[in-house]
Design a binder for this molecule. Sequence first.
Ligand code: MSP
Length: 628
Amino acid sequence: MTDKQKFYITTPIYYVNDKPHIGHAYTTILADVLARYHRSIGADTFFLTGLDEHGQKVQEAAEVKEISPQEHCDNMAPEFLKLWDQLHIKYDDFIRTTEKRHELVVREVLQKVYDSGDIYHGEYGGFYCVGCERFYTEKELDAGNCPQHQKPLEYVAEKNYFFKMSKYQQRLIDYINDNPEFIQPNHRRNEVLGFLRQDLADLCISRPKSRMSWGIELPFDKDYVTYVWFDALLNYVTGPGYASDDEKFARWWPADYHLIGKDILTTHAVYWPTMLFAAGISQPKTIFAHGWWLMGDSKMSKSLGNIINPLDLIDQFGVDPVRYYLIREMVLGQDANFTMESFVKRYNSDLANDFGNLLSRVSKLIGKNFDGCIPDAGTMTPAECAVTQSATRIGDTVRGLIEKMRLNEAIEETMQFIRSVNRYMEQNAPWKLVREDKAAAGRVLYTAADALRIGAVLLHPVMPSRTMVVLKILGVEGSDLKWGGLKPGTKLKEHEALFPRIDLKKHKQPQPGPKEKNMENVITIDDFAKVQLKTAEVLAVEKVEGADRLLKLQIKFGTEQRQIVAGIAQFYTPEELIGKFIVVVYNLQPVKIRGIESRGMLLAAKKGKKLSLIILDKAEVGSGASIS
Ligand code: MSP
């Protein structure tokens, strides 16, 4: 149950390695809907969202663009802000982890936990996934690949600082068992309890600057930066003023909801609570993990190239229909499938036919028969009593469902109510009634119009702009759910169709179907012909200072000499490579890696922690030979 006095809700903070997509948009819309709903019922609401700007992923994205990580973050932040603006996200605070206020909190918490003896220095080896920004143990790998990204992972061994997460294992298990609402939905709670049946390892919370320097420096060792998750999770306490504004922090913390996607459950339901135990901060009330938006059978993700750009949808159909679809279609906790057909079907049936049609009928009939002014309510007959009764119940029904995070059902109940009002209109036919009994027709139209107002108020958190249009047409403001909110005599405002029908044939599918998706990796001979592979002789090799994984190679194609940088230092010594004939992608665009120019890419076979370069068995063809 939520606290009626205050409501603090968070989204994950998003990585800025790439532009925002529908997955990010979804969680943020969901949080916005919940925040708007709680504001509308009078709760004091704080909605925090923001960006996760540190870590290897972001550093690498900046390297590719040959700009500094900070510059990269500063370029990306407006992309997110613009999208939130376009999606009508009304957040109260937007946090960026590179902000000073956050750095202070991270350093304060680290020092506190270090001073209490829960952080120690040690040696560590593991399989690091840059995509997830976390280590995996050999057991967790899926045939040598990252279980989330299905990419082979590199084994990394180094000296680091560790947080004694294992010390808090039993306390966490007890806490989860004692607080059934702590991790939701229940199947995710069971998943976490299952995970906690194995021994919990300590958490590596630093990165040596020599390998990865983009992060918050540890307060007790200048040679290290903070591990990105230890840094990022703390945003949830930075936002409400931890260590800077005690009064504000006491007002908002603990968070009522941390909304997350299921892929970041372990970090939120295991790392975060144990960090809070160690720092002496109370636990959030609920960590709620939603499912994924799928396309076909796959997660929508950048690496699969099947992402829907939310801006394209907004451009085509408007913001509110997109928000409506996302919230109506996903059963919270389960995955949902995004298809254009279901989008258009949902739009046409719920928004154009049911909701839009009720407004259009009511306003046309009032316009034609009552000079556009809301008629008197008159004396209710049993038919009106039935409408008012369901109007009185609907607010409580919706509230109960929202408190149980059954948002799709809350919307469906509201639409059922709207449909029942449309039926009431048909049964009482005010367009006919007006000829025999104008007052009776007025009564029916008042009833339908006030029911429409209540529907608009209930749908307002989901579709803030178009429901506001409805309320303005009806000449009312505010979120009052009490029956009789319309003032007879009020002149209705002129308006256009609220939700014009969509013709699916006119709109192209923005997504590949499952068959096309499987074909994504197939290329034609023409595609292959674009890649020029050539043999090259390795003339000289040296290590790149400050980068454990990189080697700088001077190579020769016939008479042409070039330099390339390759991440193979853990697999080959410079001496082993000199004089070898390797295979290189010759026509690759030059890039700078760690500020060093690299022209071309060598070919290697990689599996788990092993790597073998493709080296010619006979050097007869010499360097510069084309490979076909
Ligand atoms: N930076 C971390 C979160 C740190 S929070 C302290 C992160 N960022 S992310 O940008 O990769 O992803 C953020 C959220 O987007 C996750 O909750 C993830 O589940 C969600 N989504 C990404 N793709 C998604 C879908 N296709 N569908 C629904 N949500 C998905 O993880």
